[in-house]
Ligand binder design. Sequence first.
Ligand SMILES: Nc1ncnc2c1ncn2[C@@H]1O[C@H](COP(=O)(O)OP(=O)(O)O)[C@@H](O)[C@H]1O
Ligand SMILES: [Mg+2]
Length: 283
Amino acid sequence: MLQETLRNNITTIHGEIGLQWLQNLPQNLARLSKQWGLTELNPVENMTFNYVTKAVQGKRAVILKFSLDPDSLYQEMSALKYFAGHGAAKVIAYQDGALLLELVEPGNSLKGMNYDNRTKLQICCELTKRLHQVELPIENSFPSFHAGLSLLDHEWSLPPHFLAYARNLRDDLLSNPHNEKLVLLHGDFHHDNILLSGTNAWCVIDPKGVVGFPINECWSFVMDVKEDTQYIAQFFDYDVLFVRQWYFVHVILAACWNLENDLPADLFLNLAAKIHKLIQDFK
Ligand SMILES: Nc1ncnc2c1ncn2[C@@H]1O[C@H](COP(=O)(O)OP(=O)(O)O)[C@@H](O)[C@H]1O
Ligand SMILES: [Mg+2]
């Protein structure tokens, strides 16, 4: 049974091509099941933009993910391979828009865990540290997170002083990186993409794979602006002002992403006001 959310998202975004992709799914599933020896297919319940199903391959439990966008799935697969051994789901195979992974078990997402926010932030920071230990070769084909910051240069309907401040901070921070070195970022590091592996280890799935500074990974875990930015600064040995300045750039960027997708930006603007005040008070 195909879930309504997936069907709606795919047809709304991709129209006729999306419909075609949905129609071809059963035969593609059958073809790959045969090729990769998969049985006991059991679709996950929270599909949004991709078709994801549990399955069995020989004796091991696996996950099969189909995407209508093979390039982004290929990038996801490449990032998972980079992160191998550092807290990422294991890649078994990839072929034309289909990715086969080892099932992370028990696989509860960090979102659903009954922990307080501070514990979730701590898990996030520890996992980030592990992922970013992977040495990034100079030659790599991942897109640059920093290039994406040029979105701030468009004319957005946002308070002009916030937009101008975010642009200035971005330029300053990029030209004065405080010993930050470029790493491969997960790039979509949120509670749903972090799964419990075994009794107390955590494992990422669904990375975007972008190259940037490590500071730009943890923002989804900031709930209490003042306390959590302080915690991040302490954990990674950053200046708290440096953390808050980057966080300001991030929330304005997130506001732009929302406006780009015709979504309201108020939430991010409220956050921006809070961070702005903390930065001013600090000086
Ligand atoms: N390797 C895995 N092990 C266990 N569960 C997984 C794995 N990969 C995906 N899932 C489950 O499938 C869901 C959707 O997969 P995900 O790769 O995050 O898709 P999307 O890119 O559409 O968000 C996840 O939230 C998780 O519940
Ligand atoms: Mg996901």
